[in-house]
Design a protein. Sequence first.
Length: 130
Amino acid sequence: MRFYFFSGNVVYLSGIVPVRNKKVIAGKFGKNFNLENGKEIAELCALQLISNLKKTIGDLDKVKQIVKIEGFINSTAEFTEQSKVMNVVSDFVATIFDNNEKGKHSRTAIDVISLPIGAAMEISAIVELY
C-alpha cells in the first residue's frame, strides 16, 4: 500500500508516523510524553513528512503550497496541548520552505485514544504542486 495519492496537481500524503532507528515511536502524550519531550517526536514526524514528499515528487521545488496538515495525537484525556504539538510540526515545515508563503498551511490537531502500532502521533498532508 502506498502512502500517497495524486489528483491533478495535488498530492495527498497519509499515514506518517514518527520513526527513529527504523522503529515507530509508540506511546501517549500525557502519559509517556509531555509537550517538552514530545517536541522531538513532532519534529521526527515532520521530517518524515518532508522526506516522503520529496521521495514522491522528486524535488521540493515542485511544491507550490503546503495546503493542509492534519495531526492525530495519541493522548490521554487529561492532555490538552494537541495544538501545541502540531505547532512544532507546522513550524518545522515552514522552516523547510524558508518561512515563505508556500510553507504556510492550515492544520488540524485531533486527540485520539489510540493509533496503529501504538504510534505517538500520525500526520497527513495535502500539497499543491506546480
